[in-house]
Structures are given as structure tokens and as C-alpha cells.
Design a binder for this molecule. Structure first.
Ligand code: NAD
Ligand code: MG
Length: 297
């Protein structure tokens, strides 16, 4: 007789709001979140979909990037992550998890707002991994401000550099080293479709990421390289309590989705596996929205 089907109610899989208020300094540490996010540590099962592939993931220490790193490794890929030096604790924690599974995580700390650093990370990843055929541009900066008059030129500049310039610099560099069949994945947001007034500069970058992804995809395909994006809805990551939202919004995070809760990083990793893998060979210039049912238009 066949096994009973593994059916689960998606509404009840994970914690629902209200959550505790929990301010952290940017960029914050995952390990301090309450409840702790699920990155698939205990649940993700691979099936060799990325066997032998070599992946660089920016912002891979925590949140969505960390879930992608775990999934990619269990699908058989060699993985390098970039993150800010102050996030070494999260990066070390992930490296320990890799070690327990008999794998090595290549750690490449560095601030992507610096052009030479951003370009250098791509070259270092290719060198350390013996090539590069997946790049996930996931690092992001988000600072909530009640009004345009509160956004400093410095904040605007840093948000643009992290979310947009680094994507451009690293994509340009990747094209020099990536082989035919490689895949680049950007991270947009529902903010790149339906912008919130308190995320003015951030939402602006997410529209830019969408535009870049769709335009770049059409030329990269001439080199046999596929470019796509993922647009997350609300996900339970440290980006939010570490200045990305007000603490009042954190307490009710995800409530507005039809699912009534935020997603957990583990619930989006599969989208990145799909887009990186050969299963997505005809998928180019797509922005895959994973939002808990919140429509994007
Ligand atoms: P996160 O804080 O865990 O990850 C963001 C990462 O960006 C950090 O870990 C950090 O390593 C990296 N980063 C920031 N500034 C950097 C810099 N100057 N140099 C190098 N690295 C830098 O939060 P997350 O939610 O997992 O964010 C990942 C991506 O998902 C971001 O692009 C974010 O905009 C996007 N996103 C998140 C949500 C959400 O609700 N969490 C929704 C839509 C989109
Ligand atoms: Mg982090």
C-alpha cells in the first residue's frame, strides 16, 4: 500500500502574529530573533538537482539567503556566501551546520557598497569554488522612515549602493567568469510592485531590480546564461526588526496576507532551487512572487 500523503495545512505550519517587539541594530543577527526563523535546517531534503554546481549567495549568513545556502548545499552544490563582517556569528553558525553535514562553506565577508569589494567577491568565489555557475544577489538594505524628509542622503546612497549598484557590479563581473548554462537570480520584493510610503528609497530600488532583471535577462540569454528574480512577500527575517519596519509593524508582521502570517525563509528556498536548476531551462526574465497569497500587479 502507498504511504499516506504528506498533507499539511499551510496556514498552521508556522507562527502567526502578534510577535514580540524586538529591536536590533542593523544589520542584526538571526540568532537573536524570537521566534527563531526556520531556514530548513531540519526539513530541507535535497535530490541532486544542483549536483556539482558552484554558487555564490550574497547575504547568505541569515534569512532568505541562509535558507537558499542550506537548500543549495543539500542539492549537491558547492556554496560561497558574502555578508558584512559584523554578521560573522550568523556566518559561523551556518559554517558549523555545513561542517556537521560533511560540507565546506566558503565565507567571503565584505561590504558590497564598495565597488572593488563587490567585484572582488565574484572573482574570489569563482577561485575558491573552482568556477561559478549560480549567483544569487540577495543582499539588501531596508530602513523604514515615516516621511521623505527623514531620509538622509547617506541612507539613500547606501540603500542604492547595496540593492542596485552591487547588483550591477557583480552581474558585470559574473559575465566574465560564468559558463554557458549558468544562472543569476536577483531578489526583488512585493515593494517593487506595490510600494509602501514608509519604504520610499527601498521600494525604489526594488522597482529598479525588476527592471534590471528583465532587461539583463534578454541579453544574458545570448551567452547561454539565464537571469530571473524572486519577489518575496513578508518573510520572518532580521531585516524587519533591525530597522526595516517599526516595532509596531514587526508585532503584526505578515497579518495582511491571505495566509495571515509571514513566510519563513524555508518556504521560499525551493523557488531559488528551481530557478538555478536545469528544470528552469526555458524560464528567463521571470520574477517569481512568493507572497502568501498577497497579489502583485
Ligand atoms: P537579512 O537581513 O537576513 O539578509 C540581508 C543581508 O544583506 C544581510 O544578512 C547582509 O549580509 C546583507 N547586506 C546588507 N548590506 C550589505 C552590504 N553593504 N554588504 C554586504 N552585504 C550586505 O534579511 P532578508 O529578509 O533575508 O533579506 C534578503 C533579501 O530579501 C533582501 O534583498 C530583501 O530586500 C529581500 N526581501 C525580504 C523580505 C522580507 O520580508 N524579509 C521581503 C521582500 C524582499
Ligand atoms: Mg544577516
Amino acid at each position: 500500500m502507498a504511504d499516506a500523503p504528506d498533507l499539511r495545512d499551510p496556514r498552521d505550519l508556522y507562527p502567526r502574529p502578534p510577535f514580540e517587539k524586538q529591536p536590533q541594530e542593523a544589520t542584526g543577527l538571526d540568532a537573536k530573533m524570537k521566534p527563531e526563523p526556520d531556514h530548513g535546517e531540519d526539513s530541507y531534503r535535497g535530490s541532486n538537482r544542483l549536483k556539482g554546481r558552484r554558487a555564490l549567495i550574497t547575504g547568505g549568513d541569515s534569512g532568505i539567503g541562509r535558507a537558499v545556502a542550506i537548500a543549495y548545499a543539500r542539492e549537491g552544490a558547492e556554496v560561497a556566501i558574502n555578508y558584512l563582517p559584523q554578521e560573522e556569528d550568523d556566518a559561523n553558525d551556518l559554517a558549523g551546520l555545513f561542517e556537521n553535514e560533511g560540507r565546506k562553506l566558503v565565507k567571503l565577508p565584505g561590504d558590497l557598497t564598495d565597488e572593488e569589494t563587490a567585484r572582488g567577491i565574484v572573482r574570489q568565489a569563482a577561485e575558491a569554488l573552482g568556477g561559478l555557475d549560480i549567483m544569487v544577489l540577495n543582499a539588501g538594505k531596508q530602513v523604514t522612515q515615516p516621511d521623505i524628509t527623514e531620509i538622509s542622503s547617506e541612507q539613500f546612497d547606501q540603500t542604492m549602493k547595496t540593492n542596485v549598484y552591487a547588483m550591477f557590479w557583480m552581474s558585470q563581473e559574473a559575465m566574465k567568469v560564468m559558463p554557458v548554462g549558468a544562472s543569476i537570480i536577483t531578489v526583488a520584493s512585493t515593494q517593487g510592485f506595490d510600494p509602501s510610503p514608509h519604504l520610499l528609497d527601498y521600494a525604489t530600488t526594488k522597482f529598479a531590480i525588476r527592471g534590471f532583471t528583465v532587461a539583463f535577462a534578454q541579453v544574458a540569454v545570448d551567452h547561454g546564461i539565464r537571469v530571473n528574480g524572486v519577489a518575496p512577500g513578508p518573510f520572518w527575517t532580521v531585516l524587519q526588526p533591525a530597522g526595516g519596519q517599526t516595532q509596531e509593524k514587526v508585532a503584526h508582521f505578515g497579518e495582511e496576507t491571505p495566509m495571515g502570517r509571514p513566510g519563513q525563509p524555508a518556504e521560499i528556498a525551493g523557488a531559488f532551487v528551481y530557478l538555478a536548476s536545469n528544470d528552469a531551462s526555458f524560464t528567463v526574465g521571470e520574477i517569481l512572487a512568493v507572497t502568501g497569497g498577497k497579489p502583485v500587479s
